[in-house]
Design a protein around this ligand. Structure first.
Ligand SMILES: [Fe+2]
Ligand SMILES: [Fe+2]
Length: 462
């Protein structure tokens, strides 16, 4: 593993290169970082010109003609653009040197699952294209099962690959393992999701969603009403007339989207209570929640067996328990880090062992207190072992799959460890052909990392 070699790296401003994008610059005080699960990261640097950049490719090549095509997402179409941008910034192709990382395996690669070796194929395309341009790769670490972080120091051109989250593990903390009572008390102290959102969640879950009731609830909460209008206006800024009332918003975005805006706006605040434990970047848990909600909804549409809006809600809320445990994980981070990354333990087993409580259990306690619908409670309580859900295992399975897709293809939002073994079987049990996986990944909003609620919720719909 290459050395960081420069202590200044710790103080450089960071720039996350999100899934499906690249960044080019030179001789500036900036550390580029890409968190990589199954995606491939490529850092290129021209020493003479002091120009370089980092690209983060999600898939080997464009999936279906006519999909939300963003060429930067794919190695085949993104790499030529990345090279053009480097040349435009003053680099010369024959002086570029590369570092490549990522490509973690999605599932058990049995002979029949070779189509799932998405990371491997993305890496292959990058290697072939670089070889044809005569650009050497000086260092590469691909494959494996863990999330890593590819860094490029734009001041010095140094590239490094390290396990994701390791920089936080250096933190000197006096580890205090909380008692079970302290964990329970933390759950009781937490600022809950606003009442209006909880009520809406319950109403939406009824078979007959009554918009009048929902509108009445939203109106009772001035903050949420204002935030809803603000989100609608900024998401649809192209509209000539500003959206000034809930009725207007409803006519403009439709009932489903409006409900989603209200709930997601309410959750933003809830997730903001956490930050130093599980989250590997600012707002990581919230963005993970949004991505899991959108992905679960999309899976529900493909599967045809689950109401998409129920899947969305369950996906959005699956990790609420992490907000409760966050402060304890932060105080014992090195222990968590070693256990999850080095020993390869499941995150929830590590939580049980160190805190005596898993985020699934902490989440279920919150969900019960808030009287969330049983189907959502079960998805929260069983999303890592969905077959054990007593009443609605099919919803829990979709949330598990969505969680997994986010973990692999939008890595770096949270400290997590998930096993792959049952991924393919679960896709099949949900009635989804594993061969559709690239299409599913392609439909996940590419800008979850940098997304504000309005772009993540309302923009780039699958
Ligand atoms: Fe989880
Ligand atoms: Fe999760």
């Amino acid at each position: 593993m290459p050395h960081l070699g420069n202590n200044r790296i710790g103080v450089l401003p960071r720039h996350h290169v999100a899934s499906g994008s690249f960044y080019v610059g030179g001789a500036e005080q900036r550390l580029l970082q890409a968190f990589l699960g199954t995606c491939i990261g490529l850092a290129l640097w021209d020493r003479r010109a002091s120009v370089g950049g980092l690209a983060h490719f999600i898939l080997p090549e464009p999936v279906v003609p006519g999909s939300t095509y963003q060429p930067e997402k794919y190695a085949a179409t993104g790499l030529p653009r990345f090279l053009d941008a480097l040349v435009a910034a003053g680099a010369q192709k024959d002086r570029l040197v590369g570092t490549m990382a990522g490509g973690a395996l999605v599932g058990p690669v049995r002979q029949q699952d070779l189509s799932l070796d998405i990371g491997g194929r993305t890496a292959e395309i990058v290697q072939t294209q670089l070889a044809s341009q005569g650009i050497p790769i000086q260092h590469s670490e691909t494959g494996g099962f863990f999330t890593c972080c590819l860094n490029l120091n734009l001041e010095t051109g140094e590239a490094s690959i390290e396990p994701a989250g390791i920089e936080k593990s250096d933190r000197q903390t006096s580890v205090q393992i909380p008692s079970r009572e302290e964990v329970i008390a933390a759950g009781e102290k937490i600022k809950p999701i606003p009442q209006v959102a909880l009520k809406i969640l319950r109403i939406v879950n009824d078979d007959q969603t009554d918009w009048q009731k929902i509108a009445a609830e939203i109106r009772k909460d001035q903050v949420i009403s204002a935030r809803t209008l603000q989100l609608c206006n900024s998401a649809f800024h192209a509209s000539k007339t500003p959206i000034t009332s809930l009725e207007h918003a409803l006519a403009f975005v439709g009932q489903n989207l409006l409900v989603r805006v209200v709930i997601s706006a309410a959750l933003d605040d809830f997730f903001n209570q956490s930050g130093k434990g599980y989250s590997l970047c600012k707002g990581g848990l919230f963005h993970h929640a949004l991505g899991a909600g959108i992905t679960a909804e999309m899976l529900a549409r493909r599967s045809g067996r689950v109401d998409p809006s129920v899947a969305y809600t369950a996906g959005l809320l699956h990790d609420i328990g992490k907000v409760v445990l966050d402060q304890f994980v932060a105080s014992a981070y090195p222990l968590f880090y070693r256990s999850v990354r080095e020993d390869g333990d499941h995150m929830k087993n590590t939580e049980k062992r160190i805190l005596g409580y898993s985020h699934e259990e902490a989440g279920l306690a919150l969900a019960r207190r808030w009287e969330l619908p049983l189907v959502v409670q079960e998805a929260i309580a069983h999303h890592h072992n969905p077959e054990s859900a007593g009443h609605f295992p099919e919803v829990a399975v979709l949330v598990n799959l969505a969680d997994h897709i986010m973990f692999r293809f939008n890595a770096g939002l949270e400290l997590e460890s998930m096993r792959n073994e049952r991924f393919v079987d679960r896709l099949q049990s949900a009635g989804i052909d594993a061969g559709q996986l690239p299409q599913l990944i392609d439909a996940v909003p590419a800008d979850i990392f940098g997304a504000t609620p309005e772009t993540a919720i309302l923009g780039r719909r699958p």
